[in-house]
Design a protein around this ligand. Structure first.
Ligand code: NDP
Ligand code: GDR
Length: 347
């Protein structure tokens, strides 16, 4: 009889942690998921997926910045697979909190790698790397061989964690894989990220709870996929014969402006764009009312202008192919936010 596999997920309260927990529990894993101590715990995502009280899920308090906790966590959970999803993951905040970001997002990964090296070197390790490492892009599309040029403290911290994963693989033979994931979204996305901010605001505008959606750079182009499909890719990386680095992306890129238009269309509102730069506005095609405005408050000190990935390696070696289109994803998010706002709660 096959032994039940055990997985450790750091950051289970985040978007990806919640979907990954659901996936692994469905596959019969015993899952330990970590959350941060805070005055009020933040389980809404795993609640929404209905996994919080699953008999094979154990939730434990943990802070990634603490090495001794990392060692104890490895001892108590004894995992076959470790998914390091915990991070200070908001690029904008990383400019305000570069040291905290370096400590959590960069060094935090090394705490876990060290704990694996000390406690259980046979455990397989997944590092949540990011397309932000490409930053000021050195090639289009971006693939595993494209040189890195991060443009934010977050991107730099992630690049450090990425190279440490590669280094532990090469130095100690640890099965450390790094997934360079392009933006992936869902109804469980945090509201500070642009897609969810847009779909939540569209729902509020429809329900007369908000007048105008204020955004920063509308010209930024992103390769947006569906988070549930991306966590499946993470799992596939740890089932491979050997550890490696893989890009996960859709290969399609659109501007923030395009996503706004798409989201309003999802709520049956046409948008007409007028003006340029800071003065650009989005109007309701029917009434002419301004619904979208640019606010330099949301600009970043350095921007990543264009991301578009090539996931051919993941397709060829892992059989990973994303299916959900951006239109479907956007519609799913708009509908979820319309429903939530109607019910009077919004996370
Ligand atoms: P989220 O921001 O939704 O989740 C991050 C998780 O990390 C949360 O559970 C958060 O806990 C936890 N966390 C933050 N700081 C600490 C800490 N000091 N100790 C322990 N846990 C901590 O991110 P996503 O789910 O979107 O992303 C998952 C990972 O993938 C992240 O590492 C992110 O950087 C990376 N990534 C994400 C992409 C995306 O498009 N979503 C693309 C590429 C990479 P709390 O709930 O308490 O804040
Ligand atoms: P990103 O995602 O920085 O790509 O990082 P985010 O959704 O925050 O920004 C995407 C683009 O939209 C522009 N933008 C705005 N962004 C936010 N958040 N709010 C706004 O009002 C706004 N207006 C315009 C941004 O300038 C940017 O160009 C995400 C995170 O999940 C990272 O953790 C992950 O590593 C990368 O995706 C891949």
């Amino acid at each position: 009889m096959q032994r039940t596999k055990k997985a450790l997920i750091t950051g289970i309260t985040g978007q990806d942690g919640a979907y990954l927990a659901q996936l692994l529990l469905e596959k019969g894993y015993e899952v330990t998921g970590t959350y941060r101590r805070s005055s009020s715990v933040n389980f809404w995502r795993i609640d929404e997926l209905g996994v919080t009280n699953h008999p094979n899920l154990k939730l434990v308090e943990y802070d990634l910045t603490d090495l001794s906790s990392s060692i104890r966590l490895l001892q108590s959970s004894d995992p076959d697979e470790v998914y390091n999803l915990a991070a200070q993951s908001f690029v904008g905040v990383s400019f305000e909190q570069p040291v905290a970001t370096a400590s959590i997002t960069g060094l935090g990964a090394v705490n876990l790698l060290e704990a694996i090296r000390i406690v259980k070197p046979s455990a397989r390790f997944y590092q949540a790397s990011t397309s932000e490492m490409f930053g000021k892009v050195q090639g289009i599309p971006q693939r595993e061989s494209t040189p890195f040029y991060p443009r934010s403290p977050y991107g730099v911290a992630k690049l450090y964690a990425h190279w440490m994963t590669v280094n532990y693989r090469e130095s100690y033979g640890i099965f450390g894989s790094s997934g360079i994931l392009f933006n992936h979204e869902s109804p469980l996305r945090g509201r500070e990220f642009v897609t969810r901010k847009i779909t939540d605001s569209v729902a509020k505008i429809v329900q007369n709870k908000l007048d105008v959606l204020e955004l920063g750079n509308l010209d930024a182009k992103r390769d947006w996929g569906y988070a549930q499909e991306y966590v499946e890719g993470m799992w596939r990386m740890l089932q491979a014969d050997a550890p490696d680095t893989y890009v996960l992306s859709t290969g399609r890129t659109e501007t923030v402006r395009d996503f706004v238009t798409m989201a309003f269309r999802g709520a049956n509102i046409g948008i007409e764009w007028k003006g340029q730069g800071d003065a650009e506005t989005g109007h309701c095609a029917r009434t002419g009312k301004v619904l979208v405005r640019v606010s330099p408050r949301f600009y970043r000190p350095a921007e990543v202008d264009l991301l578009v990935g090539d996931a051919a390696k993941a397709r060829d070696e892992l059989g990973w192919v994303p299916q959900v289109s951006l239109e479907q994803l956007c519609q799913m998010m708009v509908e979820a936010d319309l429903r939530r706002n109607e019910l009077g709660f919004s996370f």
